[in-house]
Every structure is written in structure tokens, then in C-alpha cells.
Design a protein. Structure first.
Length: 74
């Protein structure tokens, strides 16, 4: 596995954890929510931009994106 792939995986895991903490979820709930409402795909597709932002900005982006896709966390 390439270093870039490993970095992306580690980043996505960190995002899931930060999302869970921000929204008072456990990591399984966070993963399932992000999977269901397209957040994981969003982070994967836009990794090159998202990883340059603060986690706060990324979580805000994900929350807004998932809300537009039917999720209702705030």
C-alpha cells in the first residue's frame, strides 16, 4: 500500500473520530452516519482539499453536506 493511501486512511479515521466527538456519538455511530449520508465519499473525493483545512472546518463541511443529503445532526 502506498504512503498516500495510508495517509488518507489515517486521515479518514481521524475525521470519523472528530465527527463523533463533535456530535456526541460513538465512533460506530459516526461511521454509520457518515456512510449513510455520503460523508465518507465526500472526504475521500475531496481529500486533497479537506486535509489542508482545520478539523473544525472539515467537520462543519461534513455536517452541512450530510444535512443536505438528509442527515439531521447539529
Amino acid at each position: 500500500m502506498s504512503t498516500e493511501a495510508k495517509d488518507k486512511i489515517a486521515y479518514i479515521i481521524a475525521v470519523i473520530s472528530e465527527f463523533a466527538d463533535t456530535h456526541s456519538l460513538n465512533t460506530v455511530q459516526s461511521y454509520r452516519y457518515l456512510q449513510r449520508f455520503g460523508g465518507l465519499d465526500f472526504v475521500n473525493r475531496f481529500y486533497n482539499v479537506e486535509h489542508t483545512l482545520s478539523f473544525r472546518d472539515v467537520i462543519d463541511d461534513l455536517t452541512d453536506y450530510c444535512n443536505r443529503k438528509g442527515g439531521r445532526l447539529r
